[in-house]
Design a protein around this ligand. Structure first.
Ligand code: GUN
Length: 296
């Protein structure tokens, strides 16, 4: 029997735990955590993510602020305006943490934006200071998706220790930081990690060696049954919108794993939606709570 790893239910349980901690903060006369999010333009996926983050803030008892900037090809946002808003949030004593939703319009230098965020308020964990601290195992804000995956494995008693983890995808926000986290010494880590990408020869031969296979390259249905060994744990990070005329929205989310054919071979697998996605959002909430505690 394949176990379905329920990220939605796990995330709901963690949000309830966070809400309790926020209530205790209030009772102790401490401020409630405040997360701000900057959204530039109208990317469909980003709109959905940011709406979910605002909703999660409500569920956790946080204060949230959504700051929107218009940007179109005809009237692109002046990057200096975005930088000025980041400087304002860095200095705003009421804001514990903030994020700039990615991707940004192409004319804006994403790395420069990330580096403008005060690392102490960088609850996405994208600033090089947090990335560097994470890679040497120092306290930091861990990037949300990898932290969510590690927590999901922990809550399902799936220990990566001594296991072979294969990550397909080397992005700065998932593949690289997840590899760094899982290869650390200590509980919830101690894995032997391989990171594969578009230049990896004989990819299927490598993925078949995985005890835990993480698909994070943003190519719907890419991981097929022949790429997965019997009894593996499969974590699907993909969330691509694919057209679906039967839905009111006109699309559905599809993961990077050919779920229907892969699931029967697995010991455990995350669905899309309802797997890693909700855990990413909950990790952001945990980072924001931490940011508020750091500033008490
Ligand atoms: N775009 C996709 N995932 C993320 C995320 O975790 N944080 C931000 N800021 N943008 C994203």
């Amino acid at each position: 029997m394949t176990a379905i790893i329920d990220g939605k239910a796990t995330a709901a349980a963690i949000k309830a735990e966070i809400a309790e901690k926020v209530a205790a903060r209030k009772a102790a006369g401490l401020k409630v955590p405040h997360l701000a999010a900057i959204l530039v333009g109208h990317d469909g996926g980003s709109e959905t993510y940011v709406a979910s983050k605002v909703k999660a803030c409500e569920e956790c008892g946080f204060k949230s602020s959504l700051i929107r900037f218009e940007s179109t090809d005809e009237a692109p946002l002046d990057p200096a305006v975005l930088m000025a808003e980041i400087a304002r949030l860095n200095a705003d004593d009421d804001v514990d943490g903030f994020i700039v939703q990615l991707p940004l319009p192409r004319h804006i230098d994403e790395q420069a934006v990330i580096e403008a965020i005060d690392p102490a308020k960088d609850v996405d964990g994208f600033h090089p200071v947090n990335v560097g601290r994470q890679s040497v195992g120092l306290p930091c804000f861990h990037s949300a998706t990898p932290a969510g995956i590690v927590e999901l494995l922990r809550r399902y008693n799936i220990s990566p220790a001594g296991r072979r983890v294969v990550i397909v995808g080397r992005s700065n926000i998932v593949g690289k930081p997840l590899a760094a986290m899982l290869m650390q010494k200590g509980e919830g880590a101690d894995a032997t990690v391989t990171v594969c990408h578009s230049h990896t020869p004989e990819l299927a031969r490598v993925t078949r060696q995985a005890d835990i296979l993480v698909a994070a390259m943003g190519r719907p249905g890419f991981i097929t049954a022949d790429m997965v060994s019997e009894g593996a744990v499969v974590i699907d990070v993909g969330t691509t919108r694919v057209p679906d005329a039967t839905r009111k929205s006109g699309f559905r989310l599809r993961g990077d794993v050919d779920y229907e054919n892969v699931a029967p071979k697995c010991a455990a697998i995350t669905p899309v939606p309802g797997g890693v996605g909700p855990m990413t959002i909950v990790s952001l909430m945990l980072n924001t709570l931490q940011a508020a505690q750091n500033r008490d």
